[in-house]
Write a protein that binds this ligand. Sequence first.
Ligand code: ZN
Ligand code: ZN
Length: 275
Amino acid sequence: MLKNNYHTHMKYCGHADGDVADYVKSAIKLGITELGMTDHAPEPDGAMTEEEILDNKSYRYMKKDMVRLYLNQIREQQILNQGKIKILSGFETEYIEGYIDHYKWLRSQVDYMNLGIHFFKDLDGHLKNSYKCIDYKNVMEYAKNVVKGIETGLFNVVVHPDLYMFRYKDKDGNRTFDENAKKAAKMILDAAVKNNVYVEVNCNAISWADINDDSTWPYPNKDFWMFAKEYKNLKILVGADAHKPERLGTPNIARAYEFVKEIGLKIEDKMEILK
Ligand SMILES: [Zn+2]
Ligand SMILES: [Zn+2]
């Protein structure tokens, strides 16, 4: 179902299964023609307090000493599978302001980078978890964190830009796409268009339909993507966000394509690396 996939995790981060070879094998079997390897990149040294690390599961990112092995395995698979599949090297990376050299270094090692904001600097200056802590009061802080990442020019794709809707509550405690949620979407999508960065409809959370009481999956969020549809120059990809090799072909992907079809979103099959 996916022609190309630019969002793939492996065992190096500590919470996914399989190495580069396992995903390449699975992708070839599924007929995928371009595969981007984007395991969770290491965090900058000293950027987070112990508490922030625990709260944000930062121990679930690749350790710095794993990077060489990871990149070597990608290179090895590129050589072994020449002519069979195009393999790109990448990372999925957070963005914490003040550590630009770290992100420049990461970007210099790979073909492209995904920006995935799983935590953000909240109003009190602490890094907060994007899954747990976002409501109408601080949603703009999440959006600002995404935009600052985009504006570094180091990222090619914003993955799950609508992750902030995961447990989002409006001022009455309801799960609506209120004015604040809309303002956040606008800020992120404006920056994506302006900086020529792709945004991703993410397939991973489609199996988590029981997390919120309303039995819809937490993202992709329908209201967010209805809003995104109005952007004529927005470039949208569908990403598997696979954490197991066989999940490059999960039924979630077909459901994501039904979702984008229902909304009428135009999807790009192929990512061009523009920077
Ligand atoms: Zn992950
Ligand atoms: Zn991911």
